[in-house]
Design a protein around this ligand. Sequence first.
Ligand SMILES: Cc1cc2nc3c(=O)[nH]c(=O)nc-3n(C[C@H](O)[C@H](O)[C@H](O)COP(=O)(O)O)c2cc1C
Length: 210
Amino acid sequence: MWYDPRTEKHGLKHSPVTALVVPRPIGWISTLNPAGKVNLAPYSFFNMISGYPPWLMFSSAPKKNSQTNAELTGEFTFSLATWSLREVMNASSAEFPDDVSEPEAVGIEMAPSRNVKPPRVAASPVSIECKYYKTVDLVASDGKPNRSHLVLGEVVGIHIDDSVIVDGMLDVRKMQPIARMGYMDYNVVNDYFTMARPGDYDPRAREENT
Ligand SMILES: Cc1cc2nc3c(=O)[nH]c(=O)nc-3n(C[C@H](O)[C@H](O)[C@H](O)COP(=O)(O)O)c2cc1C
């Protein structure tokens, strides 16, 4: 099958769009609102978009509190959503009134960050602190503004729990990240395979985008 999502219906039982590019990592984003309340929400249109130096991006559609807070306060954090945190991650996606702090409402402990004010999820093995850079408002080729906004952030701090470091490398089997599939589906990463690059190129030994 083929269709142009701008002008045609897919004809399937459910839209396939969220199942097309999978698995998607989940950006569990914390921010502070201008009154200092902690906001925490998952965003699967999310990724690390550059490694050296590291930068992150999440996409809000439409503009939601995490985007607003990042723009107003200039900071956000990412925490890795893992198998053991799956239920609380999902609970934090509910719509809460502005004066309610999601971590308090869903009962998740936060830990302080170092270079930014928004705290991180204490039980997450990896958290990343970001300074907000800019928002890219997507505009379609016909000039119509889109409801999606890309929020970009520069990485200014990285927390790694020592328990997931084995032989000087992060062990994904200890981290057990979860990822978003389409529909209501997720997967959990608890295994991997290793494949050498052609030639003698060893990405482990280089600090550059690879
Ligand atoms: C796994 C998961 C992934 C999500 N990904 C996105 C996303 O990429 N973009 C988005 O706008 N909302 C996404 N949502 C919905 C937001 O988490 C939800 O609208 C939340 O209430 C937004 O909170 P905020 O207004 O405090 O930022 C996702 C929800 C879940 C459970």
